[in-house]
Design a protein around this ligand. Structure first.
Ligand code: LAN
Length: 744
């Protein structure tokens, strides 16, 4: 049976309305009571933690989410008793699915969602640690100890840290972890830190950290704001019709550059003290006082550079940096007041969760500056920091979001409903459905129009209802999950037809002019805006673009809806999906694949591309022969990459190089995505599919789990993200799609 290590047992995951919250040695019954629990740790406690959270990055830099999973299983787990009915392939498949879901349902929270590790990026937690240091609002001791363990666990052999857990060492990753360790109390003489300093100095010193790192170092007062290209707070005061007005940015960029502009405008910086003075000595190659700051503005380490500065960006920087010298005080004040109002509105709209981890930390810094650490607003931020912190066997990390609760729950429902097997687990299925029901956005956001948010009512977010930023494909998956439950007639229908129609209305309203669907909002400007991307480390962040995944998921959601509600906005739905399909077809590459922007990578994108074509093919609204050709080409691509053991394995490097990079070994998630695509296209060579399925079945553990393999998620081409439940969801889905096709 799975082993629960000693100090893991001191931890408990609380959940409420989807909110996830790890508490240590807590006697509290309710989540509200655990926020301020702080434990004095004994040496023995710390030693035990270090022993129990020892983790070998060389084996796999990804955690297997063992703390959560093992604790959950320890609550009570009966092994799946039934045997496969016979040795026939079909019976084995059925058995693997049932055993797999029997295990997986034990991970369900009481509220019906699937908590899990959503870590990966290494630049998130340092932001929070800096915010906490600035405000003198330390995280509980137990959290701090586990954060240090996490950072230590993820150090590369060369002494540096990556941008994400699987990546090569970068200046951003390394300086941020180094500084974090020091703020958490680590001594600069610790061997791991000495090694890190060597890496930093050998690679050009901290002045070559990318601009987001420059921002963090500046607020910490270990970098000079003079070495930072202006973020021009007055941009917000310009007329909104301008195509480069920041209200047109992708919401994540908008929400990052907004608080960044506030900090820049105020030149926020921590008080000088011994630690700050010492850090200034530790991370640069030259003496701090002698650094020519202006020259550092565009200095970015080679290890980090992903998106080069364009001449347009340089021109804009020249303009904004020049303006900075003469910026009239009254305009600056107006701009900063406006920004603070906006930050307040985002805080209130998201119940202080904020759209993501970066702006959670940044908004906390702004709110601290404006209202102080004792203010009610700051307190509310502090409470939300915990929503982003996740505990696994590699330590405590900050997730890329406050979780992926809705997303993975909806996927699981849809996966299980591809055959009648879902019906055999009515209790678990209804519990998940209840969560999806609860998480649909039922009212419009406060001030959404004033602050550039699109309508959200009827949609689904990626994580929780409190977060409530609507996402196109999350809405489509939420909709699809409900429809699949209604179709299979599992439990009573709680999400009414009217609510489903609201979701459809919302999706139709979110279609882009080009016919596709973007992530949170419609595309608001022109592609040239990307030339002003100042981030160095990300691509395509300036505005929200149409993606194959979002477009395909929306097409599928709309068509699944149409099957059950054939008359509702029939013509509009048909027109919308055909326009969406055109975008998908345009995005198909010459080799038949699609690039996936949010999963690793071509196997993910190609699954979505094929699924959209397959869904439309039989409806008589598009040239079926053309779709057959498109799908055949896509299948050829997938088959070409099948490995000898029957599986598929793709490396995260596919995402940044934009070419298929094969992983050394087959990966269950890539295998499942490829199979799902092939099966959607009704690929004729059964042996290709069966070999892939056999690989999936052979990797199932005795308990019915699958082991964590490589990282499977990505954002903005260059940063990777863990989806710890994908290793269960997608193998189950692929097997069940096959099973559903055999057993009607
Ligand atoms: C996510 C997570 C979910 C993801 C899908 C729903 C899978 C996708 O189909 C649409 C885009 C979306 C919603 C998405 C966008 C970018 C996010 C929010 C993330 C990958 C999670 C973390 C990332 C966010 C931008 C991280 C913070 C970094 C910045 C550049 C601000």
């Amino acid at each position: 049976m799975l082993e629960v290590k000693k100090s893991w047992k001191d931890w408990k995951l609380f959940t409420k309305n989807g909110r996830q919250f790890w508490a240590y040695k807590s006697k509290a019954e309710k989540l509200e009571d655990v926020v301020h629990e702080n434990h004095e740790l004994s040496e023995a406690d710390i030693c035990q933690m270090k022993e129990d959270f020892a983790f070998n990055k060389a084996v796999n830099p990804n955690s297997g989410d063992k703390v959560f999973r093992h604790l959950q299983i320890a609550k009570g787990f009966e092994a799946y008793k039934n045997e496969a009915k016979s040795d026939a392939f079909e019976d084995k498949v059925e058995h693997t699915i049932k055993k797999g879901f029997h295990f997986f349902k034990h991970l369900l929270s009481d509220e019906g969602h699937l908590p899990g590790d959503y870590g990966g990026p290494m630049f998130l937690m340092p932001g929070l640690i800096i915010a906490s240091y600035l405000a003198k609002k330390p995280l509980p001791n137990q959290h701090q100890e586990l954060m240090k363990i996490y950072i230590n666990n993820h150090q590369n052999d060369d002494g540096g840290w990556g941008f994400h857990i699987e990546g090569h060492s970068t200046m951003f990753g390394t300086v941020m972890q180094y500084v974090s360790m020091r703020l958490l109390g680590a001594d600069k003489h610790e061997p791991s830190l000495a090694k890190a300093r060597n890496w930093i100095k050998a690679n050009g010193g901290a002045s070559s950290i990318p601009s987001w790192g420059k921002y963090y170092l500046s607020v910490l007062n270990v970098y000079d704001w003079k070495g930072f290209n202006s973020v021009f707070p007055e941009l917000w005061l310009l007329p909104k019709w301008l195509p480069f007005h920041p209200s047109r940015y992708w919401c994540h960029s908008r929400m990052v550059y907004l608080p960044m502009a506030f900090c820049f405008g105020h030149k926020i910086k921590a008080e000088e003290n011994d630690l700050i003075l010492s850090l200034r000595e530790e991370i640069y190659t030259e003496k701090y006082e002698e650094i020519n700051w202006k020259k550092q503005r565009d200095n970015c380490a080679e290890t980090d550079m992903y998106t080069d500065q364009t001449k347009w960006l340089k021109l804009m920087n020249w303009f904004t940096n020049t303006y900075e010298k003469v910026a009239p005080k009254f305009l600056r004040k107006r701009a900063l007041n406006y920004i603070m109002d906006y930050i307040n509105a985002e805080d209130i709209q998201t119940k202080y969760v904020n759209i993501g981890p970066v702006n959670q930390a940044m908004n906390s810094i702004c709110v601290w500056k404006e209202y102080g650490a004792d203010s009610e607003q700051f307190e509310k931020h502090y409470e939300r920091w915990f929503d982003y912190l996740w505990l696994a066997e590699d330590g405590m990390k900050m997730g890329g979001y406050n979780g992926d609760q809705l997303w993975e729950t909806a996927f699981t429902i849809r996966a299980m409903n591809e055959s009648k097997i879902g019906k055999e687990f009515p209790e678990a299925m209804t519990k998940m459905y209840d969560f999806v029901d609860y998480t649909q956005i039922k009212e419009e956001n406060y001030k959404h129009e004033e602050f550039f948010r699109q309508p959200a009512k009827g949609g689904w977010p990626f994580s929780t209802l409190e977060h409530a930023w609507v996402v196109t494909d999350c809405t489509a998956e939420g909709l699809g999950a409900c429809l699949s439950m209604h179709h299979q007639k599992i439990g009573e229908q709680k999400v009414s037809g009217d609510r489903l129609k609201e979701a459809v209305d919302l999706l139709l309203g979110m279609q882009n002019k080009d016919g596709g669907w973007a992530t949170y909002e419609t595309t608001r400007s022109y592609n040239w805006l990307e030339k002003l991307n100042p981030s160095e480390v990300f691509a395509d962040i300036m505005q929200d673009y149409s993606w194959v995944e979002c477009t395909s998921a929306t097409i599928q959601g709309l068509l699944e809806f149409k099957e059950q509600y054939p008359d509702y906005r029939k013509a509009e739905i048909e027109e919308a999906v055909v326009e969406g399909l055109e975008v998908i077809l345009e995005k198909q590459r010459a080799d038949g694949s699609w690039y996936g922007g949010w999963g690793v990578c071509f196997t993910y994108g190609t699954m979505f591309g094929i699924e959209a074509c397959a869904r439309i093919k039989g409806l008589g609204i598009y040239d079926a022969a053309k779709l057959d050709k498109v799908m055949a080409k896509a299948c050829d691509f997938l088959v070409k990459h099948q490995k000898a053991d029957g599986g598929w394995g793709e490396s995260f490097e596919s995402c940044s190089t934009k070419e298929y990079v094969e992983a050394y070994t087959s990966q269950v998630i890539n295998t499942a995505w490829s199979l799902l695509g092939l099966m959607a296209a009704n690929y004729k060579d059964a042996s290709v599919i069966e070999n892939g399925m056999k690989l999936l079945m052979s990797r199932q553990t005795n308990e019915g789990d699958w082991l964590q393999e490589n990282i499977s998620g990505v954002f903005n081409f260059n940063c990777m993200e863990t989806y710890s439940n994908y290793r269960n969801i997608f193998p189950l889905w692929a097997l069940n799609r096959w099973y559903g096709k055999q057993i009607k």
